[in-house]
Design a protein around this ligand. Structure first.
Ligand SMILES: [Zn+2]
Ligand SMILES: [Zn+2]
Length: 330
């Protein structure tokens, strides 16, 4: 099969992945083989190919927002031809202290799709059959793909921030994840304030109904109940914190941050403000979000590229140069 393979992570490379012919994976117990229809591109992929996350496999096929058809390993619940989605969380052990507490997103022995096992930048992908999500017909392949990580983990960020209906919510950064979160927030009657780099992203946020848009250096006009940061930048976290009311929460939706700068505790954190990170997702997050996405008719903006342009796709993510999401068609 054709696959895009990472051999050596390298920051600033223009050729992160090389297109190769590799063996089609053989199905094994507890797994299904998918023929990949579409695989969404995520900022985490960029952290992997640039080595900001440590290399885990000598040869890796990244990609963890997979839409595919079951072609082998069918089970009672997953017949041949079932169309399913796969996300970043590709498996857990089920018996560590976190799994036993219902916090499988924090599992001590997790499997991450397209990182600790091969992912979806290929014609086929082998995935655990208990970590796939049947996709409703209303979601076509291309528009379902970005929901699978950008959407699900963005949704988890809203949960971690404790968003309640009617809240004033700040989104700091406006990429694939934020442009899906804003639709969920509007369905909860929240007012959304977007601070982001780039005129195009600001115009895009305004077109999706943001109550206010500004640059990453501007402060929203009201004190925020909740804020979610999407940029891999600690400065942005401090800006978000400075925009909160007392008792407000900042949730950081980033697997990697450049650093956390020093900040003034008395002014910024005292008053029971909280900073929380968002780590991975649970299967319940996935099911709940896909239900909401279907109910509200969520339509991501997605640009698609063929597999042989996967490096261009990663460069678009790095440069924040596409509004909405990007997906690969193998
Ligand atoms: Zn576990
Ligand atoms: Zn992701």
């Amino acid at each position: 099969m054709k696959a895009a393979v990472l051999v050596k992570p390298e920051k600033g490379s223009s050729q992160y992945l090389t297109l190769q012919e590799v063996a089609k994976p053989a199905v094994k117990p507890g797994h299904v083989l998918l023929q990949v229809r579409v695989c969404g591109v995520c900022r985490t992929d960029l952290h992997i190919v640039e080595g900001e996350l440590p290399q885990r496999l000598p040869m890796l096929i990244p990609g963890h927002q997979i839409v595919g058809d079951v072609v082998d390993g069918a089970t009672a619940n997953l017949s041949i031809g079932s169309r399913v989605g796969v996300s970043w969380m590709g498996g857990v052990d089920g018996d560590c202290p976190y799994c036993l507490r219902g916090l499988e997103n924090l599992c001590d022995s997790p499997t991450f799709t397209g990182y600790t096992v091969n992912g979806g930048y290929a014609q086929y992908a082998l995935v655990r059959s208990d970590f796939v999500y049947p996709l409703p017909k209303a979601l076509d392949d291309l528009h379902a793909a970005p929901l699978l990580c950008a959407g699900i983990i963005g949704f988890r960020s809203l949960r971690v921030a404790g968003v309640e209906p009617g809240d004033h919510v700040g989104l700091f950064g406006f990429g694939a994840s934020a442009h899906l979160a804003i639709a969920v927030l509007h369905s909860w009657n929240c007012k959304v304030y977007v601070a982001t780099r780039g005129e195009s992203h600001r115009a895009f946020a305004a077109s999706l109904g943001a109550s206010w848009v500004g640059s990453e250096k501007e402060r929203p006009p009201v004190e925020l109940d909740r804020a979610i940061t999407f940029a891999p930048s600690g400065d942005v976290v401090v800006s978000a914190l400075a925009s909160l009311r007392k008792g407000g929460v900042v949730a950081i939706n980033a697997i990697h941050l450049d650093r956390i700068p020093e900040f003034d505790y008395d002014k910024l954190l005292w008053g029971e403000r909280q900073i929380r990170s968002v780590a991975n997702m649970t299967r319940a997050d996935a099911r709940d979000f896909l239900k909401i996405a279907t109910d509200i008719g969520l339509q991501p903006k997605v640009r698609s590229l063929p597999l042989d342009q996967v490096n261009e796709a990663l460069a678009f993510v790095k440069g924040d140069s596409v509004d909405g999401a990007i997906a690969i068609i193998p």
